[in-house]
Design a protein around this ligand. Structure first.
Ligand code: FEO
Length: 163
């Protein structure tokens, strides 16, 4: 039995995932604007993935007979700095999301809510992957520094991310 407290916490997480989607879409708009289409593509794919995370929770809450409540999504920032700063922002954001997922897992453990623990394990694995991907891009951007040709190559590489 999934408790009301757990369902309400999941509803909040769904909203946080929607905000992530919105944040990355705003970053995509920024990269389109500064003519880095590969980075923009990467962010659009990331935004779609985040929406998928929100929908995973949406379906789970529904499955347990609870009513999903859609809340307002916070406005994401509209101005960003260099690609390295943006990717650092991504990593920081993902670390925050990981902490939120871990708190949800702790609540599920406290409530002896095994189905929710199983569902959240998928998110825990996903967060490890997302933090690693952002860290890897950050390391590449540090190596590139401000070399334009290397930045163009990275942009092309990011353009090949599958959606
Ligand atoms: Fe759905 Fe990137 O956390």
């Amino acid at each position: 039995m999934v408790s009301n407290k757990m369902l309400s916490a999941l509803n909040n997480q769904m909203n946080a995932e929607m905000f992530s989607s919105y944040l990355y879409l705003s970053m995509a708009a920024h990269f389109e604007n500064v003519i880095l289409p590969g980075f923009a593509h990467w962010m659009k794919v990331q935004s779609k993935e985040e929406w998928g995370h929100a929908m995973k929770i949406f379906e789970y809450v529904n499955q347990h007979g609870a009513r999903v409540t859609l809340e307002a999504i916070d406005k994401p920032p509209a101005t960003f700095k260099k690609p390295l700063d943006v990717m650092k922002q991504v990593l920081e954001h993902e670390q925050k999301v990981s902490a939120m997922i871990n708190s949800l897992y702790e609540l599920a453990q406290k409530k002896k809510d095994y189905p929710t623990q199983v569902m959240l394990q998928w998110f825990i694995t996903e967060q490890v992957e997302e933090e690693k991907t952002a860290s890897d891009i950050i390391e590449t951007l540090k190596l590139i520094s401000d070399a334009p040709s290397a930045m163009i190559m990275l942009d092309r590489q990011l353009a090949s991310r599958e959606s």
